[in-house]
Design a protein around this ligand. Structure first.
Ligand code: AMP
Length: 497
């Protein structure tokens, strides 16, 4: 099957040819003709399957006819996170370069004024996170009554993040007669209910069984003690020992752990970024850009921040914490082994994780073997999180002194480690005002599948409103608490010019 048999316009076919893609992926092959026939679609597919182009390409074809009116977008795409929204916009920019379409992004952390003037000019494609979209409709700057096509992407993620009530509100603001394209990686009961309520006789397309892991990913586990410092030491050894490690995402279950691990790895000379839902938008974008470009080979991340992101060539995924939900394991390791590439996923497993591991192995239908090599942490005082003031050679002898192991030989820095001593030489920046370091609350917190009830952190200032009724948009597994973190850790990473 080639793209030319799917009914796409000549302009869109030319744009696809320019990207070098020759054949549609299964979700594209199956979904595109239905979208072009104006049918509702229920796509059960994970990121990495080419599902974004499965709606972007036919939308571009459909949008060739007609014009946008001020404040009344013609199509609307809902994404759970700002990064995913930005990623979809990139695809419109790539495939729609030959068309004069107005594509606008409505995400938090960006000024209302700029977004408002874009809406005023008329928008063909509006890509939004639910909270910011509702903020605009409540302010009267946006009318959804002209929406002909609605895309709800990553619906199960929306559920996890507590966005379903927002989605239901938005669905009531768009015309009943619109076409709806609905994508989800899994079908929990709440998502089934929504598809029944908001889709009309959809074409159901399931490209791979939900919750399967790519066969190209080697999955391993390493046993560890319960102490976080033991796990950090094991992680460092794994990073140093890993074969063919080009870049890696290291997942933690909590935002706080992301920050602690990030700091620890930096102190140990690794070149590493961090990504979690509490960082401000510029820091998140900068960390992601640097990781994508290969400027930082390691990224410590929480599930909320990392899910669904398309980072094409990740060689390794480390689960510093075993995820509590087996679905999250599948999503995490799906960051590697994408598009047929090989990858390695290594989980650091403590005795507290045995239930979670059993659930994961049941879900993926296979046992996860133990990694070769001895990663036992033998010393009580293994917390090396004091900055290593020694050369790598001395670090080796320190290992020997602690664990009775042979001293490591002097060696070149590997896998994201900076030159020895670099961490100490890097000048620290002065403290930034605290206000800039916290997530900007936009809407009220909502209960998600995975989010326990929690109060909005009292230190989070309300932006642009007298009453702090807006919550943080993205909720990790625990409330944010910055008080224990040194200021430099919370400083936004400066984007390169
Ligand atoms: P997605 O599932 O939309 O996140 O896409 C995953 C990756 O597959 C992206 O990097 C796309 O650029 C890429 N991709 C999309 N369509 C195709 C195709 N037909 N052939 C090869 N790669 C593709």
């Amino acid at each position: 099957m080639s793209f030319s048999n799917l009914g796409l316009s000549d302009k869109v076919l030319a744009a696809v040819a320019a990207t070098g893609y020759t054949n549609p992926t299964p979700i594209q092959e199956q979904a595109i003709p239905h979208v072009l026939a104006r049918r509702d679609v229920l796509g059960i597919a994970q990121t990495g399957t080419g599902k974004t182009a499965a709606f972007v390409l036919p939308m571009l074809t459909l949008l060739e006819k007609g014009r946008a009116r001020a404040r009344m977008p013609r199509t609307l795409i809902l994404e759970p996170t700002r990064e995913l929204a930005a990623q979809v916009k990139e695809q419109f920019d790539k495939y729609g370069a030959g068309q004069k379409l107005n594509v606008a992004l409505l995400i938090g952390g960006v000024s209302f004024g700029d977004q408002d003037s874009k809406l005023m000019r008329g928008v063909d494609v509006l890509i939004a996170t639910p909270g910011r979209l509702l903020d605009h409709t409540e302010r009267g700057g946006l009318l959804l009554t002209g929406v002909e096509l609605l895309v709800i992407d990553e619906a199960d993620r929306m559920l996890d993040m507590g966005f379903i009530p927002d989605i239901e509100r938005i669905c009531k603001l768009v015309p009943f007669t619109r076409q709806t394209l609905f994508f989800t990686a899994t079908m929990p009961p709440e998502i089934s209910r929504i598809t029944e309520a908001f889709l009309h006789n959809p074409a159901r397309i399931e490209v791979s069984k939900p919750a399967t892991t790519a066969v190209t990913v080697t999955q391993l586990q390493v046993p560890a003690g319960r102490e976080a410092h033991d796990k950090r030491e094991i992680l460092r050894r794994l990073l140093r020992d890993a074969k063919d490690l080009n870049n890696a995402i290291i997942f933690c279950n909590r935002k706080r752990e992301v920050a602690v691990l990030h700091k620890s790895l930096q102190k140990h000379g690794f070149s590493v970024g961090a990504l979690h839902g509490d960082m401000d938008q510029s820091a998140r974008t900068a960390a992601l850009d640097q990781f994508r470009k290969g400027e930082i080979p390691l990224l410590v991340a929480s599930d909320v921040a990392a899910r669904g992101l398309d980072i094409p060539a990740v060689s390794h995924v480390f689960n510093f914490d075993v995820p509590h939900h087996p679905d999250d394991y599948v999503h995490r390791i799906g960051r590697t082994g994408r598009a047929g590439r090989t990858g390695t996923a290594i989980s650091i497993v403590t005795s507290l994780d045995s239930k979670s591991m059993t659930a994961i192995e049941k879900l993926i239908g296979q046992p996860i073997p133990r990694a070769e090599g001895d990663y036992t942490v033998r010393s009580e005082s293994s917390d090396e999180d004091a900055a290593p003031r020694r050369s790598r050679g001395r670090e080796g002898s320190r290992d020997g002194a602690r664990g009775g192991r042979k001293p490591r030989r002097e060696r070149e820095p590997r896998h994201g480690e900076r030159e020895a001593g670099h961490a100490e030489r890097e000048p620290r920046q002065d403290h930034e005002p605290r206000r800039e370091r916290v997530a900007k609350p936009e809407r009220e917190p909502r209960q998600g599948r995975n989010t326990p009830p929690q109060a909005a952190p009292s230190h989070v200032p309300s932006i642009g409103r007298a009453e702090p009724r807006r919550p943080q948009r993205e909720v990790d597994h625990e409330p944010a608490d910055h008080s224990h973190l040194p200021a430099f850790l919370l400083r936004p990473v400066r984007a390169r010019a």
